[in-house]
Design a protein around this ligand. Sequence first.
Ligand code: C5P
Length: 402
Amino acid sequence: MSLLQGKRILLAMSGGIAAFKVAELVRLLTGAGAKVQVMMSESATQFMTPVTMQALSGQTVYVSQWDNRIANNMAHIELTRQIDLMVAVPASADLIAKINAGLADDLISVSCLARDCPLIVVPAMNRQMWGNPATQRNIAGLITQGIEILGPTSGTQACGENGMGRMLEAKEIFAGIQAHLQKKVLVGKHVLITAGPTYEAIDPVRGITNRSSGKMGFAIAQAAVEAGATVDLVAGPCHLETPLTFTQRIKRHDVMSAKDMQAAVMQCIRQQRTDFFFAVAAVADWAIKNPADEKIKRGLSDLHLEFEPNPDILKSVVDHTGSNPKPYCIGFAAESHDLEKNGKDKLIRKNIPLLIANIGPETFGLDENQLLYIEKDQQHTTSRKDKISLARELIEYISTKA
Ligand code: C5P
């Protein structure tokens, strides 16, 4: 069943050309079973009509705090009670400033102040307005109030300029709302994750890498922050964006080689208490012993590369003896054959409590996967599903282990 089934969501629309995206958002939310209530500022009605929003949401749309269709004339109280989540979308620079200052001079601002539910703010504005220190101060203020900010992103703007301030697309906002509603099973926990491939240089322009996309590790990072954790994400070279939601709780470290990855991981382990370590990266087993300082010219009749073994990052964490307590360590395996036997051997060899084996035939780069959980005394298989769903299940599974 969808997490949104039966959830009551209040959408507060302030003025902005991005308001048209909210029509699609309402469809996505109601399609997933949520009950959506819309309120609009006067200026929002310049961009979308209350009739449109009412038809899509199936609920009366309110614009004024003096609307006498609310029996006790207290729209700001009536509309913000028994609500699971309020979303200000689009949130103009003016609305963001008002929420930060605690002003309450129209229906939306007074409702933000009077609400007793979480608030997500989805900014939309011109790049100069977004970059203005006043707006940035206000955004920082909202974050300290525990308000979640979704976006903005960079791109072409309605005014013809190009830059940061463009509102996220309806699908991305929908994903952000789903993320927000996940169970908060890792509040106060710190998670360290390695993800993606490593790259071992042969010379300044060539190297050896593998086909890991990083998708599973990034999905685990997203699921962990959704669950309330703070995350250090140590990523090998991959083209994935850091998850869009709760970005202030993810610290990304981009690395190239296995040695760089090990250095970044061990620094994190030494710096702070880590509750969980997910070794998801497909780390190269070997590095080139003496990579050339200059590009190796073609035309050589023969080329010999000498290899040396890379450090085992997972093992260095398991064996680490520092003042911080040891994290609960989860290893990953992509085996080509004898999955169960090789997985079990790896669990024992690595001295870890949980090993997750990818059930082939292929996983690299795909959005879906099927996993085999291997523990000392038990094992179970998941169904095949998208990596974010698998990651959310995994986070819930391990949440009680540390
Ligand atoms: O040693 P092997 O590659 O079979 O084990 C895979 C697991 O060990 C994965 O969790 C991987 O991230 C981790 N690993 C590591 N450092 C290495 C090799 C593997 O952390 N050098």
